[in-house]
Design a binder for this molecule. Structure first.
Ligand SMILES: NC(=O)c1ccc[n+]([C@@H]2O[C@H](COP(=O)([O-])OP(=O)(O)OC[C@H]3O[C@@H](n4cnc5c(N)ncnc54)[C@H](O)[C@@H]3O)[C@@H](O)[C@H]2O)c1
Length: 327
């Protein structure tokens, strides 16, 4: 299959590009390297350093390469930044996706797999979260993702776009040569592992009085290799004529912040100092996915659901790449 991957130099995108390569697909990556890394993409993969908002160039790439499907990761995804600078999120996420949809319409590329997020649900009214849970995002990042889902639904009805929107919970872990290297880093596991590597003094625990077994927030962590596998399955589903689909991708089990810290201490053998801090605004106590729809329709089941394995894979990558990607 000929697949264009936007954001293929980022964390989840680069792991998915590897999975597509392994399958023998022809992959073209488009990434402007705002948060991604050129060296995260194998030199044998065709790479275009460009902004997805360049609709003309994107259209011409889709046409000249006779692209059959697009996997769309490119986005800005820092929740805090989206609150202080919502325009950036509207322009890059909504503007970028509308540009991509226009290019796909021009080039008559009909299949799209999209990175959505649990952030579209907002404050949960029931756990585990199913896809029909109300979507009331509490930050502009989640709002842009929900709008993009709605844009795809509208284009599906009017222009025959076929899409799968995958609502990821917390992506984590690593594969042999691809891992998490965000700057600034905001995700819990790499932050803890940076403490283990002496790159940070301690890990802050935001809130210890939640209604959870140990009082700290519980989140659903999903291994990046399992996310990549879900994208492949989504492409297969679309290739066999599947209708538009929105589904959760999560482990179905939650781990608390303290459990994650303890597991990191155990895996790394390091002390990893932690400090209690106040709750952060808008941080729900528990976010756990019901991923039964993805299991049923895509035949997807996480292969690395255990926290210890997830942390071990991440640690392995961080030890091999203490300064992240070289470029
Ligand atoms: N990491 C998570 O836990 C998580 C959870 C839910 C959803 N998501 C979504 O998954 C996707 C990938 O996340 P990630 O953690 O790999 O992020 P990332 O920042 O590592 O990757 C995003 C990539 O997109 C590129 N990019 C951004 N804007 C672009 C533009 N206008 N044109 C071209 N390239 C552009 C960046 O350079 C980067 O390589 C994002 O859409 C994110 O919102 C991530």
């Amino acid at each position: 299959m000929r697949v264009l991957v936007t954001g293929g130099a980022g964390y989840i995108g680069s792991v998915t590009v590897e999975a597509l390569r392994e399958r023998g697909d022809t992959v073209v990556v488009v990434d402007n390297l705002t948060t991604g890394h050129r060296s995260a993409v194998d030199p044998s993969v065709e790479f275009h350093n460009m902004n997805i908002r360049d609709t003309l160039r994107l259209t011409s790439l889709l046409e000249s390469h006779r692209i059959e499907a697009v996997v769309h990761f490119a986005a800005s995804s820092l929740v805090g930044e989206s609150v202080s600078d919502p325009a950036k999120y509207m322009e890059n996420n909504v503007g970028g996706t509308l540009s991509l949809l226009r290019a796909m319409k021009e080039a008559e590329t009909k299949q799209l797999v999209f990175s959505s997020t649990a952030a579209i649900y907002g404050e949960p009214t029931s756990i585990p979260l199913t896809e029909d849970h109300p979507t009331v995002p509490t930050n502009p990042y989640g709002l842009t993702k929900r709008f993009m889902e709605q844009a795809m639904e509208t284009y599906a009805a009017a222009y025959g776009l076929r899409f799968v929107a995958l609502r990821y919970f917390n992506a984590c872990g690593a594969i042999e040569d691809r891992g998490e290297d965000h700057s600034p880093e905001t995700h819990l596991i790499p932050l803890i592992l940076q403490v283990a590597q002496g790159q940070r003094n301690l890990i802050k625990v935001f809130g210890t009085n939640y209604d959870t077994p140990d009082g700290t927030c519980v989140r659903d962590y999903i291994h990046v290799a399992d996310l990549a596998d879900a994208h492949i399955r989504a492409l297969e589903y679309l290739g066999s004529g599947g209708k538009p689909l929105i589904c959760n991708l999560g482990n179905g089990q939650g781990f608390s912040v303290m459990e994650v810290i303890e597991t990191c201490r155990d895996v790394t053998g390091k002390e990893i100092p932690s400090a209690e801090s106040d709750r952060r605004a808008g941080d729900p106590g528990r976010l756990i996915a019901d991923a039964s729809l993805a299991k049923r329709v895509l035949g997807w089941t996480p292969q690395v659901p255990g926290l210890r394995d997830i942390v071990s894979d991440a640690w392995h990558w961080h030890v091999a790449h203490p300064d992240g990607y070289p470029g």
